[in-house]
Every structure is written in structure tokens, then in C-alpha cells.
Design a protein around this ligand. Structure first.
Ligand code: ZN
Length: 162
């Protein structure tokens, strides 16, 4: 984008010089048009950069960093899914239920059956509480905490329709 704008500015200058050299006013107008397009491209490029920077800042400021590092999370290059953002009520609702999750040896996340993060890996079933106690964190792809909390709430629906 910025390169394209640079090229446009350059061709605008060439047109301007040609206009002066030949005295043809159409070339001056062409120069103005090219410069306007270049300016528009530059403004758009700047906006995109600003948006990218803002997104980066928001991600870094989300506050999950501390919890993440504590679990000795290898993260990143080996394609591990991100940590699920768990609401405190969901974490509470799933505590002590004995629901099982799946973990993979040497991997920091726990998953639900069928998660794409488990494909091609030997998954080991483990009670959720145990997985948490062992320092596993919920997978952001299959969101085990949210789903197990929803399942727990469905089980607990009061039958007081009378
Ligand atoms: Zn998963």
C-alpha cells in the first residue's frame, strides 16, 4: 500500500515535470489527480497500521499473560490453541463435578472430545479438577469450561414448574 503510494507520487512528479517541459496543462491536472490518489492510499495505510497496533495492544493488555506463563506453557510455534477465556461463574460451576476432559502428555491444554487440537495425538481422559490441579489450562478452540458449565447448569435446572 505504502509502496503503491510512493510509486504514484513519483509518477505525479514525472507528470508535473513533463507538464512544465511541454507546457501541456492536462499533464498538470493528471499530476494533481495522481497525488490525490496517493494521498488517499497513504491515509488508508496509516489507518490500517494504527488499527493493527491497537489490536496488538489490546491483546497484550488482556491480563491472561501471567496465568499463561505460570503453567510453563510452551505456546506458539507448535500450534497449541490459545487458552480459553473462562468466566469465573463457569470455573465455579465446573468445580467438583467429576467431569472428564482430555489432555495430551507434554501439552498445556485440556480439551473436550472431538477438538481439532487433539487430532493425531494420544488423548488421556482426566477429571477436570485433576487437570486444573496439574496446571493444565482450558483449550480456547473447544472451550471445555464453557461447555461443561453449560452442561452442569442443564443438569441442575430446577423442576419447580408447579
Ligand atoms: Zn481443544
Amino acid at each position: 500500500m505504502v509502496v503503491a503510494a510512493g510509486v504514484l507520487v513519483l509518477s505525479g512528479l514525472v507528470l508535473f515535470a513533463a507538464g512544465i517541459a511541454t507546457g501541456v496543462t492536462v499533464l498538470h491536472w493528471a499530476c494533481v489527480a495522481v497525488c490525490a490518489v496517493a494521498g488517499f492510499l497513504l491515509v488508508r495505510a496509516r489507518r490500517q497500521l494504527a488499527r493493527a497496533a491497537a489490536g496488538e495492544g489490546a491483546r497484550q493488555g488482556s491480563g491472561e499473560g501471567a496465568a499463561l506463563r505460570r503453567t510453563a506453557d510452551p505456546g506458539g510455534p507448535d500450534g497449541e490453541p490459545p487458552v480459553e477465556q473462562v468466566e469465573p461463574p463457569d470455573a465455579l460451576a465446573t468445580t467438583g463435578l467429576g467431569d472428564e476432559v482430555l489432555v495430551v502428555d507434554e501439552r498445556p491444554r485440556y480439551h473436550l472430545d472431538g477438538c481439532p487440537g487433539l487430532t493425531g495425538r494420544a488423548a488421556v481422559p482426566l477429571p477436570l479438577d485433576e487437570a486444573r490441579a496439574d496446571g493444565f489450562t482450558p483449550c480456547g478452540a473447544c472451550a471445555p469450561d464453557r461447555h461443561l458449565a453449560a452442561r452442569a447448569r442443564a443438569r441442575r435446572v430446577p423442576r419447580d414448574g408447579s
